[in-house]
Ligand binder design. Sequence first.
Ligand code: KG4
Ligand code: ZN
Length: 350
Amino acid sequence: MRKKAVMTMEKTELRILAVETSCDETAAAVMKNGREILSNVIYSQIDLHTLYGGVVPEIASRKHIEKICQVIDKALSDASVTLDDIDVIAVTYGPGLVGALLVGVSAAKAIAFAKKKPLVGVHHIEGHISANYIEYPELEPPFVTLVASGGHSHLALVKDYGVYEILGRTRDDAAGEAFDKVARAIGLGYPGGPKIDRAAKEGDPYAIELPRAKVGDSDFDFSFSGLKSAVLNYLNSEKMAGREIRVNDVAASFQQAVVDVLVSHTMEAIDRYGQKKLAIAGGVASNTALRAAFEEACAARDVRFYRPSPILCTDNAAMIGCAAYYEYLRGVRHGWDLNAVPALKLGETN
Ligand code: KG4
Ligand code: ZN
């Protein structure tokens, strides 16, 4: 027992195999000491779900089952390691689609059990935030973070590694969900975010007047369903009047409304909490207009702006391995009873 403790202390490299299957990406990665990517394999199911205009949960979990072993094997071989070289197994256990999460959780538990490795369950949003630690090795808490993805919109103060104060969240649709729904309504297809981003470059962001929703009793909560309805109403009234829909203008005006709200809430939080660092994360953080608006707002206040490259904004397992590293250092270990928790809250442990 004592010998084992000494060996662990002497070991300077900690390798984590991380698994992520919360939605429609089957992903595995090997991380060294939290922030260094040894491999990062992502099998995206997007083409499959595009046929149906959005993610079909049952299809997602079946595809995860089909792909998970292949993806894990590739992550190990890309990193030139075997399971014997791995110190910790990490996995996203929520939030997400229950059937999808279960595939990753079961695979991670089976490997950890068979190889007698510690198991660390990770919150998906904590993973997204941690993508910034990989991109910026010098970044340390505290900082303000905005996580905007297909399933989540969270504004939080990162007080320390793994310690969050939630300042605001969406009351209805997530920002990415609104992008996807509006894209479908204007015939751009799935996934809507990148398509609206592209179309908006050719449109006028002030062509159509759209609401910037404020949630009455909160300065930091978001609401995007009213904006989505305003776009749908506009499309209906234009159709009834027999006018042609200018898709690029609709895309640009909608995108501008989302960007305005995300940026104003976030900068308000930066000011209120006296912070000098902002890190954004999640699929919507790839949006070029959002990145440009934050760059400008941060430069005006002398705030440092951190944004992961697009491959780390999308769902991936490297970010899960990074989050797991700090959880592991804090002593977090999960048992064989670890389960998928589809509605897991940030800062909550199960
Ligand atoms: O983080 P992510 O890959 O998965 C979730 O955890 O949800 O985010 C996917 C979401 C989708 O709604 C997608 O439309 C949106 O991110 N997205 C974008 C862009 N790229 C992806 N939204 C706006 N602009 C983009 N360039
Ligand atoms: Zn995500």
